[in-house]
Design a protein around this ligand. Structure first.
Ligand code: AMP
Length: 394
């Protein structure tokens, strides 16, 4: 079944046309700088890449280019559904759902929990509906996979009233990726997912780890917002909850200013003062830059602690899975992380680790608990989930 997968950010629209059974992707692309007069869309066809300017810089205009591309491929009439990545579904959705007016209202009600993402997802849904009025539209939530977490994992030790009235709890994100790589890892290990205890580490610009038991998430490092947990590209991860008050008093910073800095000026960027890009940091560290070295060291140190915590939650560990831009490509981060996790019984295979870059996944340990690299494919996961909903769901 041909499915159009749509992932809208605040100024971007990522799309892909996929066969949900085979993963075949004859068309994909990325519209960027939407909302400005510099907007353009990059279209990846099977063997070529073109960039088309978008003078109006709008979502409908980007969808217009997409329609023209589908027509050029002669596939417009074969598309059966549109699958949308939606970041926050609160505690209402533990599976993907057909988008109805009620579902739109719940996504809208979740805007305070994801103020940057959910409005963009809604704009994408609206534009896709206008472009494809006859197709079913499906929402696949980044939070849904973690809805299986038990209260012991998702509650914060704060006044209960904050939970019951304001939904203050841990939700977790990157669920689409964690679920996909957990399934792939089971397949590669030749094991039934229902009997596996996995820690999955999604390490991209955003980073999170999850404890996956029998194919279900039982804990994850991100919480109410995607700020909690690991050190990320520009996000701080865990800090003392007393920090905002302290900085407001001592530095005269506003609460929104502090939050913005925790999202955009912290993490690898804040520590290094150089960049949020792990590749560049590794290079700078090799050349002797001490701040870059410290940034990478803290990233790895906190990651190893989080993985050990997730292993504790699982009780026993069958495998560790690395994914995301850093997890899939940085042999250095993987080796340094496993070196800190001797307690869990990993034995790094240096040659296999060095080879597992640029799309070459695989097991990177020899003996002991396996660690593997699995390339994530959120688009394929969304296409599969969309096909499942269109076929009638559970
Ligand atoms: P993502 O958000 O999944 O695209 O991941 C982005 C992150 O992956 C950035 O920090 C990149 O620097 C990092 N990354 C991509 N390729 C490499 C590489 N070869 N070595 C180290 N980090 C990489």
């Amino acid at each position: 079944m041909w499915t159009l997968v749509v992932n809208c950010g605040s100024s971007s629209l990522k799309f892909a046309l996929l066969n949900s059974a085979t993963g075949e992707t004859p068309l994909s692309g990325l519209a960027e700088r939407l909302g400005s007069d510099l907007a353009s869309v990059r279209v990846d066809r099977e063997n070529e890449r073109v960039t088309v300017p978008l003078p109006r810089g709008s979502y409908p205009e980007a969808f217009g280019v997409l329609l023209a591309e589908l027509d050029a491929l002669g596939l417009r009439r074969d598309v059966r559904a549109v699958g949308h990545r939606v970041v926050h579904g609160g505690d209402r959705f533990n599976t993907p759902v057909l988008i109805t007016p009620e579902v739109v209202e719940v996504i809208r009600a979740c805007i305070p929990l994801a103020p940057l993402h959910n409005p963009a997802n809604l704009a994408g849904i609206e534009a896709a509906r206008a472009a494809f009025p006859d197709l079913p539209q499906v929402a696949v939530f980044d939070t849904a996979f973690h809805q299986s977490m038990p209260p012991v994992a998702y509650r914060y030790a704060v006044p209960t009233d904050w939970y019951t009235h304001y939904g203050v709890r841990r939700y977790g994100f990157h669920g689409i990726s964690h679920e996909y790589v957990a399934g792939e890892a089971a397949r590669r290990l030749g094991r039934d997912p229902s009997g596996l205890n996995l820690v999955t580490a999604h390490l991209g610009n955003g980073c999170s780890v999850a404890a996956v038991q029998g194919g279900r998430s039982i804990d994850t490092s991100m919480g109410l917002t995607p700020l909690e947990g690991l050190v990320m590209g520009t996000r701080s991860g865990d800090v003392d909850p007393g920090l905002p008050d302290y900085l407001a008093r001592e530095a005269g910073l506003s609460l929104p200013g502090i939050t913005a800095a925790l999202y955009r000026e912290s993490g690898l960027l804040g520590l290094s003062g150089l960049t949020n890009d792990m590749r560049e940091l590794e290079e700078a560290a090799r050349q002797g830059n001490e701040n870059a070295r410290l940034a990478v060291d803290i990233f790895v140190y906190r990651l190893a602690k989080a993985i050990a915590g997730m292993a504790t939650v699982l009780g026993t560990l069958d495998a560790l899975v690395f994914t995301g831009g850093i997890g899939e490509n940085s042999a250095t981060v993987r080796a340094a992380t496993l070196a800190r996790l001797g307690l869990l019984g990993f034995r790094l295979d240096e040659a296999a680790n060095a080879q597992a870059v640029r799309g070459q996944g695989g097991v990177i340990t020899s003996g002991g608990v396996p660690a593997l690299v699995v390339n994530t494919n959120e688009e394929l996961m969304i296409a599969r989930e969309t096909a499942w909903v269109v076929a009638g769901g559970a």
